[in-house]
Design a protein. Structure first.
Length: 347
């Protein structure tokens, strides 16, 4: 792998106490090209703009997918990844759905480790600080022929990160627009999935909500996921989460919370959840918590939701399950506790 180091780091110009998520990037990036049926010319170089043809197929037909993962630094300065092989596996799954070539696991991990080795000073210690890692693949073939490309670019960029959201979060349960349909690409981290969410989410923000809870595209009867999160509902003494499907992303944080819940003997049910069930639980006082989870947000409590012009506020709970899960997850990610699941990956 070719490595070109930056001449002068930009780190001294960064205010790490006031980071706007995903707007500040580290000194280096990784790039690799797919040509003649194989990935070639892997290199790490200074973070910089890239050159792309106006006819690159990703710009016209949306052949692009990405991943989101994080690196964490413990109090001794050791850096850890969290379940990186799961991210690679999901990226392969997304690529396959978009007719793009798989990127090798060995090079995926090697590229991330070398990037982190170069830019490890950008990762600050302390709970809440991390390095957000964004691998992505897109079709860069110079042609607007409407079929799958034969040339691609794989890249990795990194951004120092703190909290994704600041302040309280309320969500709107959507009953008109759809995020994904059965048989579609909802389970893949396809770029177009997120573009299609922006307009309905813009409407929701104007109505006072920060995110949307998506429902099934057939009848808007069942809960699916939020725009950047998988979802959990605490009803009475049970924790509920919808099963994954071809319209719900198989979240790595979601899978981790499920395993933690089982280990801690929390009563968890993975099953379809009707919107009417959530409304009924809210009305009779049994809905204790809603929280989202994902790489960027980690575990995010939701203080209320809206549905069909009605607003529902959730009770404030001192010893909430969302705080419990976040602490358990962070303790593993930051090397504070033992890792009984084998999720922590040393860099």
């Amino acid at each position: 792998m070719k490595i070109e180091k930056i001449k002068k780091s930009n780190i001294s110009n960064v205010d790490f106490d006031n980071l706007d998520f995903g707007t500040v990037f580290t000194d280096h990036m990784f790039e690799c090209s797919y040509r003649n049926g194989q990935w070639v010319d892997p290199e790490i170089k200074p973070y910089q703009p890239i050159s792309i043809s106006p006819s690159a197929r990703a710009l016209h037909y949306g052949q692009a997918c990405f991943e989101g993962m994080k690196a964490f630094k413990d109090e001794l300065g050791k850096v850890w990844l969290f379940r990186p092989k799961d991210n690679h596996d999901r990226m392969v799954k997304s690529s396959e759905r978009l007719a793009m070539p798989a990127f090798s696991e060995e090079l995926f991990i090697e590229a991330i480790k070398k990037l982190i080795d170069l830019d490890k000073d950008w990762i600050k210690t302390g709970i809440g600080n991390s390095l957000y890692i964004r691998p992505f693949i897109f079709a860069d073939q110079n042609s607007i022929n409407a079929n799958e490309a034969t040339e691609y670019k794989f890249m990795i960029i990194c951004a120092p990160a703190k909290s994704y959201y600041s302040g309280d979060v309320k969500v709107k349960i959507e009953k008109s627009f759809s995020r994904a349909s059965k048989g579609g690409v909802g389970y893949a981290k396809a770029a177009g999935n997120y573009a299609a969410q922006f307009y309905p989410t813009l409407i929701a923000r104007k109505e006072g909500f920060q995110q949307i809870i998506w429902t099934d595209s057939s009848n808007h009867e069942y809960i699916e996921e939020a725009g950047t999160m998988n979802l959990f509902f605490r009803i009475g003494d049970k924790l509920l989460t919808p099963p994954t499907s071809d319209s719900i992303l198989d979240g790595i944080t979601r899978k981790s919370l499920i395993e933690i819940a089982k280990k801690e003997e929390i009563n968890i049910e993975i099953r379809p959840i009707k919107v009417s069930e959530i409304i009924q639980a809210a009305n009779n006082g049994e809905l204790k918590e809603i929280f989202g989870c994902g790489t960027a947000v980690v575990v995010l409590p939701i203080i209320g939701f809206g549905y069909d012009e009605e607003h529902y506020d959730l009770p404030k709970i001192e010893n909430s399950w969302s705080k419990f899960f976040k602490r358990k997850l962070n303790d593993i990610q930051y090397n504070i506790s033992d890792d009984p699941f084998g999720w922590r990956f040393p860099v």
